[in-house]
Design a binder for this molecule. Structure first.
Ligand code: NAP
Length: 313
């Protein structure tokens, strides 16, 4: 079984990196497959203030770089490949990529999730420069500034309420004239003096030279558009987007049990419904998607994969 890995990890975000660290440190023959640049969603965050022990100077990118260094130190193999097909049922799992085929006794799925994007001009360019998808990560950068929150679901309203602790004013921009969020959350939002609402509206363009400076909003009922400019003294404002998330699950549809939103179901050992297949990080069905929880999942998945191998082979 020379060409068979003990563990193949699909994905190189914090969940995948943590799994690779624990698996390689346990001397398992470990391969981490990555699609592009390592890091997942956290690399789009300019500063990471809420990962325990991370200092203010740490950006998503530097934190991930340190994790990568640690993974390499313990000898995990890394390959860039895009997996196109998976065979997970047998004792030896087979992953077919664009560049090669990989065999493994266990697979840890750490493909993550991606925020649903608005898709308007300027959004991509100004991500991490005023446009954010994570209030827990970025709220304090908008201390005393104005903030717009796009979306009307539980996440948008809850995160908007959280942002009122930092921002001067938080305006929810929702495409309809009533929120989707739970009534109890709505009530809190309507009572909060820092909250404002822009109904029936969408954001159609975000502008700025290296930082958000203005945004164009369109009223869907009247068709009217208006451009909002940052207060001159502030120079910028925040745009937080919470219009849902999308799990990166295409490879596993119909093969692994998922919840109705497409997130993979696991038990507390990170085991999926298929023997020898684990999931870690944002791809899992769980209540909090953060670097710290992904790292925890990865550690548990790797340790439980090791125990599974000891018992099985
Ligand atoms: P969600 O419930 O799917 O809501 C997405 C919101 O974004 C909706 O208001 C939707 O508008 C809007 N939206 C979707 N696509 C849009 C687009 N292209 N442009 C503008 N607006 C768009 O997503 P979520 O709030 O992220 O929540 C995801 C899941 O987690 C939900 O099941 C939610 O209940 C759960 N969650 C629960 C809690 C809690 O219980 N405390 C907290 C957070 C999340 P429409 O309303 O018009 O469709």
């Amino acid at each position: 079984m020379d060409n068979v890995y003990d563990v193949v990890i699909i994905g190189a975000g914090p969940g995948g990196l943590s799994a690779a660290l624990y698996a390689s440190r346990a001397k398992l023959k470990t391969l981490m497959l990555e699609k592009g640049k390592a890091g997942g969603q956290i690399v789009i965050t300019d500063e990471v203030a809420n990962y325990p022990g991370s200092v203010r100077e740490a950006t998503g990118e530097t934190l991930i770089a340190r994790m990568e260094e640690q993974v390499e130190e313990f000898g995990a193999e890394r390959k860039k490949d895009i997996i196109k097909e998976v065979e997970l049922e047998g004792d030896i799992k087979v992953l077919k990529g664009e560049k090669g085929e990989y065999k493994a006794k266990t697979v840890i799925i750490a493909t993550g999730a991606s925020p649903r994007y608005i898709g308007c001009p300027g959004e991509k360019e100004l991500t991490g420069k005023g446009v954010s998808y994570c209030a827990t990560c970025d709220a304090d950068f908008f201390e005393d500034l104005e903030v717009f929150v796009i979306g009307g679901g539980d996440a948008a309203v809850e995160e908007a309420l959280y942002l009122t602790k930092f921002a001067r004013k938080v305006t929810i921009v929702h495409r309809r004239d009533e929120l989707r969020a739970a009534k109890s959350i709505q009530e809190k939002a309507f009572k909060n003096p820092k909250m404002d609402f822009m109904w029936d509206s969408v954001i159609t363009e975000i502008k700025g030279d290296g930082i958000v400076e203005s945004a164009v909003f369109k009223n869907r009922k009247t068709g009217e558009t208006h451009e909002y400019f940052a207060d001159e003294e502030d120079g910028t404002f925040g745009i937080f987007v919470f219009i849902g998330n999308v799990p990166i699950n295409n490879l596993f549809k119909g093969k692994i049990e998922m919840n109705e939103k497409g997130y993979i179901l696991t038990n507390d050992k990170m085991e999926t419904n298929i023997e020898g297949v684990f999931a870690a990080g944002d791809i899992r069905d769980k209540p909090l998607r953060q670097v710290v929880t992904a790292a925890g999942d990865g550690a548990i998945a790797a340790v439980c994969a090791e125990k599974y191998i000891q018992n099985k082979f």
